[in-house]
Write a protein that binds this ligand. Structure first.
Ligand code: CMC
Length: 429
């Protein structure tokens, strides 16, 4: 196998080192390209660009493989929990019992918000988008924990990571309670991570919410399945912001903003909107599919397609099965699940989707299961953000302290006007 690739530009040739990953992925290292040739590469959307070397998550989009720190997602889904998965992603190894307990204790210790943060929620209008509130309050945490702005060692990183992991679900639940005019429910010191979130969402001061343990398990699984996905839009944002030296709170707050868009984490809301609209319009699956294929008004089959997976997204298979189990357990028949299954079956047979290698992604069924658990529609993308938090933290830490990356600074090919003369305002037009 060659160790370099030769690039010929006119009469000049340069050798580009070949970098090989542990799964035999190959890259051309173009670090010296501009200095040696004056050229840059152009790769809009970065589909051919590795922005870093990373040891956190492996995806093979052609084969539908996803592994966290080497462990297949199917095994994590079957045997692990969200918190154990978070530990694995952030620290690279599954925790011993002792390490797991220490981490859990830290999460419990940090789960309350400073009382003054609670008052921040009063300043947001009740119809504020929860992703905006989440991002703003996560960023505001840095005002309350200034000692966490400079992370110099493993201990301060562990404290900051635990603070964010613990507080993100408290912020999320408070934003929901506030938006609906419900009294705040504080986190319970004896409840585990996911059950505690449901407690803060749905308990009342006079009545404790007691969720079906199977629903808690299903929600924990959803969080686990969202925990990391290598260099996606939001993780790249977190690494980009972190590369400037910005603190962890600011970096993950930026990650929330990137996740919000309908082509990324916002797709779980868009899927349920789409299913509801099809039903409300009394449209048949065939009619809807025709609109998608005609690209009418840019309509897409939301929850289908992925920039990396050109085969089944392994998370969608697990979510679909869990979704069917949860609904069966609750003796629920959700017409949206039936419609989603019909759309999926039709799409998988349709030349348009087959040719473009469009398969259901993680968001196709997650909204249906979140509905069944009782999570309001407005909070779906927030659930994705809670799930993705350990991945963002791990990516930030790797960029800052493992690979010690330089500030991220892509270049461009300028296509605007060439030099021209400034015209005074009275001479314009
Ligand atoms: N429905 C209909 N057509 C589609 C879809 C879709 N969901 N996705 C892609 N296409 C078509 C697209 O119109 C294009 O067709 P053509 O070749 O005729 O121009 C072709 O497939 C390639 O599309 P693309 O936009 O270049 O693909 P991409 O890799 O840039 O986009 C995507 C990936 C996820 C943004 C896109 O598939 C999409 O918009 N899906 C719906 C939104 C969605 O479900 N997003 C969640 C992504 S998974 C969760 C996460 O990690 O964020």
């Amino acid at each position: 196998m060659p160790e370099t690739a030769r690039l010929q530009l006119g009469d000049k040739a340069i050798d580009l080192p070949i970098v090989v990953g542990t799964e035999n992925e190959r890259a051309l290292d173009i670090g010296a390209l501009r200095a040696q040739t004056g050229y840059i590469t152009l790769d809009e959307g970065y589909r051919n660009t590795g922005s870093c070397q990373s040891a956190i998550t492996f995806i093979d989009g052609e084969e539908g493989i996803l592994r966290y720190r080497g462990i297949p997602i199917e095994q994590m889904a079957e045997h692990s929990s969200f918190i154990e998965t978070a530990y694995l992603l952030i620290w690279g190894e599954l925790p011993t019992e002792n390490q797991f307990n220490t981490f859990s204790d830290l999460l419990t210790k940090h789960q309350n918000l400073h009382e003054d943060i609670r008052h921040h929620f009063d300043l947001f209008p009740s119809n504020s988008p929860p992703m905006a509130v989440l991002s703003a309050v996560l960023n505001a945490l840095s005002c309350f924990h200034p000692e966490m702005l400079e992370i110099e060692d493993d201990n301060s990183f562990q404290e900051a990571a635990a603070r964010i992991m613990a507080k993100v679900r408290t912020i999320a639940a408070y934003s929901y309670r506030h938006a609906n005019g419900f009294p705040t429910i504080y986190p319970h010191p004896d409840k585990k991570y996911t059950a505690n979130f449901l407690h803060m969402m749905f308990s009342q001061p006079y009545k404790e919410y007691e969720p079906d343990p199977e629903l808690v398990k299903a929600l924990d699984l959803i969080l686990l399945l969202h925990a990391d996905h290598e260099q996606n839009c939001s993780a790249s944002t977190v690494r980009m912001v972190g590369s400037s030296g910005a603190n962890l709170f600011a970096s993950v707050a930026a990650g929330v903003c990137a996740l919000w868009g309908p082509l990324h984490g916002g797709a779980n809301v868009a899927v349920v909107d789409m299913l509801e609209e099809i039903r409300a319009a009394g449209m048949s699956v065939k009619e809807f599919m025709q609109q998608v294929k005609n690209k009418k008004n840019g309509i897409r089959l939301m929850g289908f397609g992925h920039p990396v997976y050109k085969n089944f997204d392994p998370r969608s298979r697990i979510i679909k099965k869990t979704c069917e189990n949860v609904l069966a357990r609750l003796h629920l028949k959700d017409p949206l699940l039936e419609l989603a299954e019909e759309l999926e079956a039709t799409a998988l047979q349709d030349e348009y989707f087959v040719q473009r290698k469009l398969y259901p992604n993680v968001d196709f069924y997650s909204g249906v299961i979140l509905r069944a658990i009782g999570i309001p529609h407005s909070m779906f993308t927030v659930m994705f953000a809670i799930g993705r938090m350990p991945g963002w933290i791990a990516q930030w830490q790797e960029g800052r302290f493992v690979s010690k990356s330089r500030i991220h600074r892509p270049r461009q090919i300028y296509t605007g006007p060439t030099q021209r003369v400034y015209t005074p305002i009275d001479k314009r037009g």
